[in-house]
Design a protein around this ligand. Structure first.
Ligand code: B16
Ligand code: MG
Length: 216
């Protein structure tokens, strides 16, 4: 049996950056007098930066020009980068590092497929950057999830067919991307529509899925 490759989403699967995203959007929104709550922030999970901004602006009192929107997104990103530069390995989600290491020891290819343009910075900051055979992030794609571009590119980079890939995702848009690419989808957290659903990487038997071996 051919070993599968495992393509991990970043935010919400390997690391938790929700709070950094929330605080950065909140600062920008407060400055613009736009209401923004943690519940609103949940809707931004897995969604690209500009698409996230459109969601934030749904509650704005006035319309913003395209130029203003770019400036708002850049401002939010400046606040976000200041916060993620302070991240440590405490931001790694339970079971994430152990799962990736166990897969690699078994000869399974591991990749990151993230919408974030800051993915490499985050992976470096938390000390996971060397654990992946391929990293495709928001700087390398033209179409965001639910488009399958990000997962297809990660698979292509390692010469893997879609049917030999397992995607692990915490966002509905990412599950949709995996399914439309023809990949097996493992949903974690609040994501829906996967072939399997688990609370997090500490409860997933990914090695069993990837090579058919028991891990525990
Ligand atoms: P950036 P993922 C996504 O990462 C985040 O979940 C989402 O909240 C964010 O808006 C998006 O990246 C873009 O991030 O502004 O850093 O480019 O879950 O696909 O790893
Ligand atoms: Mg995510």
């Amino acid at each position: 049996m051919q070993k599968k490759a495992v393509l991990f989403d970043l935010d919400g699967v390997l690391v938790t950056t929700d709070d950094c995203h929330y605080r950065a959007w909140k600062q920008m929104a407060d400055e613009e007098h736009i209401p923004f709550t943690r519940t609103d922030n949940e809707r931004l999970r897995g969604v690209s930066r500009m698409a996230s901004l459109e969601i934030v602006l749904e509650k704005a009192a006035r319309a913003y020009s395209e130029e203003e929107k770019l400036a708002l997104a850049e401002r939010k990103n400046r606040y976000y980068v200041q916060l993620i530069r302070k991240l440590t390995d405490a931001a790694i989600l339970p079971g994430a590092r152990e799962t990736v290491i166990r897969l690699r020891e078994a000869g399974v290819l591991t990749a990151v497929a993230s919408s974030s343009k800051n993915a490499r910075l985050i992976l470096t900051q938390v000390g996971l950057i060397d654990l992946f055979d391929a990293i495709i992030d928001g700087t390398q794609i033209t179409k965001s999830k639910p488009d399958p571009e990000v997962v297809l590119k990660a698979a292509e980079l390692r010469h893997k067919k879609p049917q030999d890939c397992i995607v692990v995702e915490d966002a509905d848009a990412g599950i949709a991307a995996a399914k439309s690419a023809g990949m097996y989808a493992v949903a974690v957290g609040n994501a829906h529509g996967g072939d399997l659903h688990y609370s997090g990487l500490d409860s997933v038997d990914l090695l069993k899925l990837a090579v058919g071996k028991e891990t525990k």
